[in-house]
Design a protein around this ligand. Structure first.
Ligand SMILES: [Zn+2]
Ligand SMILES: [Zn+2]
Ligand SMILES: [Zn+2]
Ligand SMILES: [Zn+2]
Length: 341
């Protein structure tokens, strides 16, 4: 009997879903949800009635209990939308939607608590439970919303220490090591505001160049191992940080580590014959200094031909290598035209 009831309910629901998909006026998720809820409720009330009646009625009478025998007031006396709003604990109701998985880049403006709670339709932002203004509510600094004490356990997250809801804590933990913060896109002025972050970027820029050089050297295996102390995105891409990197920079832990790796790398290049021959001689001054792209403080690199020069020698003059290449091209074109004539 139980199985038959269940089967009937499934058929009924399938039919409802099919019907709602055919009717253009009633195919919204909300209307479908209300229909499903009504169907469930009707079946549930019927089962309840069946159970109650079975204790006092015989089997013959029980067969007459069907949908029509359910008192009409059960169905009509309740405003269904109200009932769903008040009693339902489904994820997402008319007045509440669960928090979205989102990366928040800005600090929330400090608004009055009453205004924020009213904007949340007087429900907990985490579970939708209706809350009264007088009740203790906890603020989540990450989402800028208020939560009930079930959804906010005074967890903390950086930077600096903020109180966040359980949802935000979980979200931040799950992205903690992911390099998803591109400072040049999010907020370039951060480099001028956070000196340590800017220092990290300067060292990273050098590491990026020197790593390419070391990868082409067969004697650089041991020094390349040192790069494994930090996440690979820090030495392959500029401006990209994870929450973990940003916290470590703030704590002053990352920059010394990056400095150490750079120091070992420079020491290798200075003492390695293979690496030295890959350096450049400044064509302007022809001095004996061997220049490398990672020497960002003294070296200027031509963006076209990638040759390196002293910064002070390059100034606004044109790149001699590029000029040479252009002249050679012109000469060979002229020669081929003469040849054709
Ligand atoms: Zn809650
Ligand atoms: Zn080398
Ligand atoms: Zn020079
Ligand atoms: Zn050039």
């Amino acid at each position: 009997m139980e199985d038959i009831n269940l089967l009937l309910l499934c058929c009924c629901l399938a039919c409802l879903i099919f019907r709602s998909s055919l009717d253009p006026d009633s195919n919204s998720a909300e209307v479908t949800a209300q229909k499903l809820y009504r169907a469930f409720r009707k079946r549930w009330l019927q089962t309840e009635t069946d159970i109650q009646l079975s204790s006092c009625l015989n089997a013959t009478k029980k067969t007459f209990v069907n949908q029509e025998t359910i008192p009409k007031e059960f169905e009509s006396s309740v405003n269904l939308a109200e009932e769903i709003k008040v009693k339902s604990r489904l994820r997402g109701t008319i007045d509440w939607a669960p928090p979205r998985f989102q990366i928040v880049f800005n600090i929330h403006p400090s608004l009055k608590r009453d205004a924020v709670v009213a904007a949340q339709n007087f429900s907990c932002a985490g579970c939708g439970t209706p809350v009264e203004l007088s009740k203790r509510l906890r603020y989540c600094d990450y989402l800028g919303k208020y939560f009930c004490d079930c959804c906010h356990s005074h967890a903390q997250s950086s930077i600096p220490k903020y109180y966040v809801s359980n949802f935000s804590k979980h979200l931040l933990c799950s992205i903690w090591h992911n390099p998803i913060f591109n400072v040049s896109c999010v907020n370039k002025t951060l480099y001028t505001k956070a000196k340590e972050l800017n220092r990290a970027r300067e060292i990273q820029e050098q590491l990026l160049h020197i790593k390419k050089l070391l990868k082409s050297c067969r004697f650089a295996e041991s020094v390349l191992k040192e790069f494994e102390q930090v996440s690979s995105h820090l030495t392959t891409e500029l401006h990209l940080f994870s929450m973990d990197d940003l916290v470590k920079i703030k704590q002053g832990l990352l920059v010394p580590l990056l400095k150490d790796i750079l120091k070992s790398s420079i020491s290798h290049v200075e003492n390695c014959e293979l690496c030295q021959v890959k350096g450049f001689i400044c064509e302007f001054c022809q001095s004996s200094d061997v220049l490398f792209p990672f020497q960002t403080a003294i070296c200027k690199r031509c963006t076209v031909c990638k040759a390196c020069f002293h910064k002070q020698c390059f100034q606004s003059r044109e790149c001699p290598k590029c000029l040479r290449i252009a002249a050679r091209k012109m000469f060979s074109e002229a020669a081929s035209e003469t040849g054709l004539l």
